[in-house]
Write a protein that binds this ligand. Sequence first.
Ligand code: ADP
Length: 293
Amino acid sequence: MSFLNRVLRARALSSTETLLFVSRPFSSSSCVNSGTDLQLGASFPTKPPSSLTKISKDRNVQWVFLGCPGVGKGTYASRLSNMLGVPHIATGDLVRDELASSGPLASQLAEIVNHGKLVSDEIIINLLSKRLEAGEAKGESGFILDGFPRTIRQAEILEGVTDIDLVVNLKLQEEALVAKCLGRRICSECGGNYNVACIDIKGENGSPRMYMAPLLPPAHCESKLITRPDDTEEVVKERLRIYNEMTRPVEEFYRSRGKLLEFNLPGGIPESWPKLLQALNLEDHDDKQSAAA
Ligand code: ADP
């Protein structure tokens, strides 16, 4: 078991531990943007300083994706993980795998997840730890975390065990988020992710029109589509409320450390992907083509 994993587990499981984290000095590279709010995307097309997105030659990237339910964290994190050759670890997927396994935790988790609540930090860290351990056994290193950390305590635990290089905060207006969650469909056979929603929001007060074409399944998946049980309007609204209450402060946690890259999605994948690569200083990356694989 790696050092990261051992400590992650110990921190999560020790019930008596008081979580005291002494703030550590940051390296000169991570200090550059300290306290600044890097606004990127369609409305702020400036590039971030390359120090923030610089990829080290010594180890694989350790990135985090933040963003409200439905924003597209999974889509973009997965594309980047293919491109950069690091695992995409989505804690929501780990929870859904546990639910599907009908193990001892399944009924307890279903009750929480299907009501849009957060699973306890202990359970999530336990699932994440197991995933990291399995990956390590296969020789994985680096990661793109999606859906973790989601509470300040999770962020503190993560900070206590490793240095995150960059946190990408994806943003979309709430109207689009709800429509995207309600339109989400998954192929029960191949696991492919699709979206039947056609989003077209008029621009107001100088903001541009937001158009997102549906992402329709191929004919062989059409009859096998399922909807996530937590993608109902009521539960999506609850997930958004919980995001604002529990996860929004995590944005500030990383913003104050100069690690947060804000990215306003300008539209669907065709418009957003090239702009995201640009924002990450990856537009010239050799493996750009492999990303959507
Ligand atoms: P979303 O689309 O809301 O971002 P995810 O697929 O990331 O959803 O997660 C689905 C559910 O799994 C969450 O609503 C929550 O119940 C649980 N979950 C996932 N990650 C975490 C986490 N880091 N902490 C607590 N609960 C989590």
